[in-house]
Design a protein around this ligand. Structure first.
Ligand code: UD1
Length: 422
């Protein structure tokens, strides 16, 4: 298994290009299932999760062609010949459940494996299923699979989510585009990836209003056409790279970054004493001399502080001046990076969903273990600022969500290399 070796090397300076959003692309790709005409996605990220979604769509009979070294994805679902999403693919990636709504809306039947557990919490899919049931789907759970049918087609209805869920909002939104009549999604997620999906679906001919607010209204249409859509910038990759100069010092411009994608996060950086400035090409982050200030963080659905940046923010807080309290409100068990950071000399006390971090002057390099996608990059960030060498093991998690991480960070002066194991 590959590992990454990072050596603390002082301030970082330069530019880092931000890729298209993994989480947006993972919901835009299944949107191809809604139409017989081609869907082209530009600005696609090159990640192993995108490969997994490609394999899943191909297993259903869709055609997925990579162009321009993977930055353009040409998708076509004119001849679907399978409506079963197999466990072997779905278990690798939870977002696979996003094929359920589109398949059901298009052809009235689908069988999709349940994704199963996940390292960062139980993460059930009950709210995806309830939303589709509110639209007339008949569901049965048998042998680990959801067997779904909508014999007369899906019907519009009111779907009220008891909690904000990104994936279930996406599944219901896609399904509602082809349902008969009007669907209203209440307490819908407001994430930029939902807005991006709605914009793409609208390009395909869907009638949608209210994306980016808690209430989305969809007027079902008979069919959707093809479209070309650029994937929105990855706000989590953006926030991660903004933290690199915040931790190491220096000044880095993140090309393609937008403040509106990360307002709550930028506000916390500002409170910690890190300057963020909008430039013509993106966002520039600079840190002067001296330590950053400790700040408290509570994760929340958009527009709140993203849970997917909590681990990376914790890496920053490990060397801040003072004590910070990080509260994780979205997923239970999302502090697996804490014991690894402690191996590097961090002082962290985890009690349930709350981590209290007392900043130390300097972290020390150590061998550490990546436990999930965002945890792995937080260890790399910590290693960049640590004294000596940090070896991050099990980095396959990283490849799910960060393209060319070594290249992007070494481009701004970091000492980072991948050790490939055969
Ligand atoms: C998406 C993102 C993930 C991010 C998360 C929260 C993708 C591919 N992944 O995941 O990176 O961390 O949003 O911003 O876009 N829940 C239920 N029942 C359900 C669905 C969700 O109880 O049927 C719970 C979850 O366990 C969690 C909360 O709702 O506690 C939010 O999860 P959700 O927003 O659905 O996350 P995902 O869409 O899986």
């Amino acid at each position: 298994m590959d590992s990454i070796i990072v050596t603390g090397n002082g301030p970082l300076n330069g530019q880092i290009p931000i890729a298209g959003a993994k989480n947006a692309c993972l919901t835009l790709m299944p949107a191809t299932l809604l139409s017989e005409e081609p869907l082209t996605l530009t600005n696609a990220p090159r990640l192993s999760d995108i490969k997994t979604m490609t394999t899943l769509l191909q297993s259903l009979g869709a055609e997925v062609t990579q162009m321009q070294a993977g930055q353009v994805l040409a998708l076509s679902s004119h001849a679907l010949d399978n409506h079963v999403a197999d466990y072997d693919i779905v278990r690798k990636m939870r977002a696979s459940i996003l094929v359920l709504g589109p398949l059901l809306a298009r052809d009235g039947h689908a069988v999709v494996s349940l994704p199963g557990g996940c390292a960062i919490g139980a993460r059930p899919v009950d709210l995806h299923l309830k939303a589709l049931e509110s639209m007339g789907a008949e569901l049965e759970l048998r042998e680990g699979y959801v067997h779904a049918r909508a014999p007369g087609g899906l019907k519009g209805g009111v779907v009220e989510f008891p909690m904000v869920t990104v994936g279930a909002t996406e599944n219901a939104l896609m399904a509602a585009t082809l349902a008969k009549g009007t669907t209203v999604l209440k307490n819908a997620a407001r994430e930029p990836e939902i807005v991006d999906l709605a914009q793409c679906l609208r390009r395909m001919g869907a009638q949608i209003e209210g994306e980016g607010t808690p209430e989305i209204t969809i007027q079902g249409v008979d069919r959707l056409n093809g479209a070309t859509h650029p994937v929105v910038a990855d706000r989590i990759e953006l926030g991660t790279y903004m933290l690199a100069p915040a931790i190491c010092g220096g000044s880095v411009e993140c090309l393609g970054g937008r403040m509106d994608l990360l307002e709550a996060f930028c506000e916390r950086l500002d409170a910690a004493g890190i300057a963020v400035e909008e430039t013509e090409r993106g966002l520039k982050v600079a840190r002067g001399n001296g330590r950053v200030k400790a700040v408290n963080v509570t994760t929340a659905p958009f527009p709140g502080f993203p849970t997917d940046l909590q681990a990376q923010m914790m890496a920053l807080m490990c060397t801040a001046e003072g004590t910070s309290v990080l509260e994780e409100r979205i997923f239970e068990n999302r502090f697996m990076h804490a014991p690894e950071l402690m191996r590097m000399g961090a002082k962290i006390d985890v009690q349930g969903g709350t981590a209290t971090v007392t900043g130390v002057e300097r972290l020390k390099g150590a061998p550490v273990m990546a436990t999930d996608l965002r945890a792995s990059v937080s260890l790399i960030l910590a290693g960049l600022a640590a004294e000596g060498e940090t070896q991050v093991n099990r980095v396959y998690h990283l490849d799910r969500g960060y393209e060319r991480v070594e290249e992007k960070l070494s481009g701004v002066g970091a000492r980072i290399e991948r050790v490939r194991e055969t």
